[in-house]
Design a protein around this ligand. Sequence first.
Ligand code: ADP
Ligand code: MG
Length: 403
Amino acid sequence: MGSTLEALGDVRGRRVLVRSDLNVPLDGQRITDDGRVRASVPTIKELSDAGARVVVTAHLGRPKGEPEARYSLAPVAKRLGELLGRDVAFASDTVGPSAHETVESLQDGDVSVVENVRFNPGETSKDDAERGAFADQLAALVGPSGCFVSDGFGVVHRKQASVYDVALRLPHAMGQLVATEMEVLRKLTVDPERPYVVVLGGSKVSDKLGVIDNLLGKADRLLIGGGMVFTFLAAQGHEVGRSLLEADQLDIVRGYLDRAAESGVAIVLPTDIVVDTAFPSDDREPQPRVVPADQIPADSLGLDIGPESARAFAADITDARTVFWNGPMGVFETAAFAEGTRAVAQALTEVDGLSVVGGGDSAAAVRQLGFDEAAFGHISTGGGASLELLEGKELPGITVLEH
Ligand code: ADP
Ligand code: MG
């Protein structure tokens, strides 16, 4: 597929509003993982090289509809400039005087970033009129000859002003990142090569249970790790101690286990778990202990899949021709609980076929553990968006571009 930028015609001299996903993890002013900024560069560069006057919009974190210094995009704009190798102008508001002054001073090929769109309540409002009013202001930044490029794959599942409503107001196109993501992820939903194995982990348990529903009819094997495991183990009647548990999901999970048994899809759970008596923290040395998955002590919590499970998961993964992995197998941020995640990541690099990593933390884990990104078939920048696509849901930010 590739980008659809040609549809916009000649962009030289025109202002182009680009929605990117620049939602990176920050430690104060320091970007701890710039993967999403790097992924945004090709489309911005393509537009700049074509002589467009680029106005990038993005969000960072979860501010509550008003400015909050710790969620400023200023450090991200700086990093974008370093990666582009050119000055990037930064507006200290989103649609206010600074933004107007900034976009009006752009020359052909210049790039600017305006402040966090979520500093405005209209961005995420459920009210169409309120969102629309903010989208009008965003569209006004690029003027009558302006257009919109949607390139923030991490947000295309959101019906938000800078993602959805602006596309109703401006000539629009898909950027390279969104186009590539959609192309790869559709391979997972349309006739994947088999065996097709899906690995799910992480901490957003109820967010991720929904995808299992759809995958029970599609994947051959579902390997479950991370925080989600404990709801499954509890559903089977096992003690999970103080592990992450979503008690209100137990019936749903029991339903999945029954359906899997009937449909011949294997749901593979870990047989051993790495536990500790406390969640990792700076002021305590971890005391990891491996226990059978059905014997988690009441005073402990599960923080990684055990070594036996890691080997079994790796074997299932390397046998597959198509693999989608979302969510770390454990609290990989602490070395003592990173081995399950490492084993899964390593196995994905050995797949003879298509291997896809989805999810912000999963992608960060891959980089933090020192893997070469090129060893994976594709690393998706959008966790939620990729999961919703696999769930079979419509993505509003994509649908709106197809009009
Ligand atoms: P992604 O961003 O890849 O979609 P999530 O955001 O769902 O993944 O989850 C990532 C987080 O899950 C990591 O910070 C990791 O520490 C945490 N995690 C993994 N396993 C567990 C566990 N057993 N208990 C608590 N947290 C966990
Ligand atoms: Mg995450």
